[in-house]
Write a protein that binds this ligand. Structure first.
Ligand SMILES: CC(C)(COP(=O)(O)OP(=O)(O)OC[C@H]1O[C@@H](n2cnc3c(N)ncnc32)[C@H](O)[C@@H]1OP(=O)(O)O)[C@@H](O)C(=O)NCCC(=O)NCCS
Length: 150
């Protein structure tokens, strides 16, 4: 499965904003247009397009400030037409690999609505451990990166 992540550019921006969720998923994550707007004024934001071969299938965004050992993945979605094929799992693997490659990150946090069962299972299978609800009622989960060959 050839799943990759790549920066959002002028060339793929319109395709990223055209990605869609099922109606019942729309409260789980901000729209990609809003996320890209937000990224313009936040130099820590790293928006990424998710591709399967030549096909754009999803979008995610994270931050990994240089003066911190924690990265935060705060947007993650696979287009409704491409869900359930293992692309989310592969994209998560790809972004964790990219984060690990930065060299200064020791752990990664992620948050999701407590009723978002698909997200919970996906993140749990990657090793994220739930830490409890934040002040907005969102579940926070954390993954300690293996130090391995760093
Ligand atoms: C969560 C999401 C990214 C998963 O993407 P996906 O490509 O469908 O996921 P995958 O096919 O790689 O499945 C990975 C795991 O997620 C879980 N999962 C995915 N869809 C699920 C569903 N409908 N119900 C329960 N678990 C589900 C499963 O554990 C699955 O692993 P398994 O098949 O080995 O059991 C996708 O459903 C999505 O975009 N949802 C809406 C946005 C969202 O909720 N984002 C996360 C919060 S920011």
């Amino acid at each position: 499965m050839d799943i990759r992540i790549a920066p959002v550019t002028k060339a793929n921006r319109a395709l990223v904003t055209a990605l869609r969720l099922a109606p019942e998923q729309m409260d789980f994550v901000a729209s990609n247009a809003d996320s890209l707007r937000e990224a313009r004024s936040d130099r820590d934001a790293r928006p990424r397009a998710v591709t399967a071969g030549d096909q754009l299938v999803g979008f995610l965004m994270y931050e990994a400030p240089r003066d911190d050992d924690e990265a935060r993945i705060y947007r993650f979605m696979i287009d409704r037409a491409w869900q359930g094929r293992g692309y989310g799992k592969a994209a998560l693997r790809a972004v964790l690999e990219e984060i690990r490659g930065l060299g200064h990150i020791r752990h990664v946090s992620i948050c999701y609505e407590p009723e978002n069962e698909a997200a919970r299972r996906l993140y749990r299978s990657a090793g994220f451990v739930e830490e409890g609800l934040d002040e907005d009622g969102e579940m926070i989960a954390d993954l300690v990166l293996p130090t391995g060959d760093r």
